[in-house]
Design a protein around this ligand. Structure first.
Ligand code: ZN
Length: 344
């Protein structure tokens, strides 16, 4: 049974088992191909459904077991992108270099993107299920463009494709569709200029819940170095939360545990359901249930109890599998303790 008070969820990704792909890296190589790979992805997804349920996660994801990377996993299904001649580009405002594909023509979906994993989840759990997809601003910051020639136009073209897939996912029985926008913490002016409009294009016509995840990135070295330059208080959220509060998105996922984000900034999200990061993904130290419950307790000063979803700070894709599993259990146990401590 799912919990009504403090239902737990995760940002999205989980580590891939060693038999599916390389481990502990952001862009892992698959271990198999063709039918064998498809069946390995399916097995890994089922395994994480069970692990999440057992750990006490209420809103499940597929752990992003079927995609190589959270952005390029979507792009692989888009026509008009050249993956054979990748170029090196500084991404997230030159925080780190990545080899990125190039937009060379009009964008179009080749077919369904996440149908297999969405239907698999729906068939194997009674709990709520969530599918995550990269947001338009983050997508266009993770590829090179030789065709549209305008950032906003390119973002809107992707938003239309995301909307097409989102509508189909809703029809598959997905309860929540989440867009990951780490770029929102980097290009705060663009968020207000066109980032929210692009998200609205993504959710057009949806009646299921919608979410956006905004974080300071995976626990990789480039991100840790970047965070070290952000000063004693990280106030990026302060610039974008009022715009998000005024948006049509239902849920906002943010970093909290061990982040230097002032917690009172959550109050800027008035009216929204807040996915509070109570699990740090940039540290291998597993939180205790007491720590998780304490973070929930502090967040309750700024978020109403019926609008708080305990969550992870970000995806856990590059983590060690055992640590990720232990962190899922800490999330579940901490929320259970919080329900006992803060019951009305
Ligand atoms: Zn994230």
């Amino acid at each position: 049974m799912s919990n009504a008070l403090f239902p737990t969820s995760i940002a999205g990704s989980l580590p891939k088992p060693a038999w599916l792909s390389e481990t502990n890296v952001l862009w892992p190589q698959w271990r198999a191909e063709g039918d064998e790979l498809a069946s390995a992805k399916r097995d890994a997804t089922l395994l994480w459904i069970k692990e999440q349920e057992d750990a006490g996660v209420d809103i499940l994801t597929d752990g992003e077991q079927s995609r190589q990377h959270f952005v390029h996993g979507f792009l692989a299904f888009v026509e008009g992108i050249d993956f054979d001649h990748k170029v090196k580009m500084g991404i997230r405002n030159n925080r780190y270099d990545a080899m990125v594909p190039v937009v060379t023509g009009p964008l179009k979906l080749k077919g369904r993107v996440h149908q297999t994993e969405a239907r698999l989840m729906r068939a194997h759990t009674d709990r709520k299920v969530k599918i995550t997809m990269p947001g338009p601003m983050t997508i266009i910051d993770t590829l090179s463009d030789n065709y549209y020639g305008d950032k906003q136009k390119l973002a809107m073209a992707f938003a239309a494709l995301l909307n097409q897939e989102a509508r189909a996912l809703q029809a598959d029985g997905v309860d929540i569709i989440q867009f990951d926008e780490p770029a929102f913490n980097v290009y705060m002016d663009d968020v207000k200029r066109w980032g929210i409009d692009a998200l609205h294009r993504c959710i057009e016509g949806l009646v299921c819940k919608t979410a956006v995840h905004i974080c300071y990135g995976y626990g990789i070295k480039a991100n840790l170095d970047w965070k070290a330059t952000l000063g004693g208080e990280w106030r990026q959220y302060e610039e974008i939360f009022p715009a998000l509060a005024a948006s049509k998105i239902d849920q906002i996922s943010l970093e909290c545990m061990n982040a230097k984000v002032p917690m009172h900034l959550m109050a800027l999200l008035k009216g929204k359901t807040v996915m509070v990061g109570v699990i740090d993904v940039a540290s291998d130290v597993v939180e205790t249930a007491e720590q998780v419950a304490a973070t929930i307790g502090k967040a309750l000063e700024f978020v109403p109890r019926d609008k708080l979803i305990p969550c992870t700070n970000c995806g856990m894709a590059p983590m060690d599998r055992d640590i990720a599993r232990a962190k899922l259990c800490a999330l579940g146990a901490g929320a259970r303790l919080a329900r006992a401590l803060y019951a009305a």
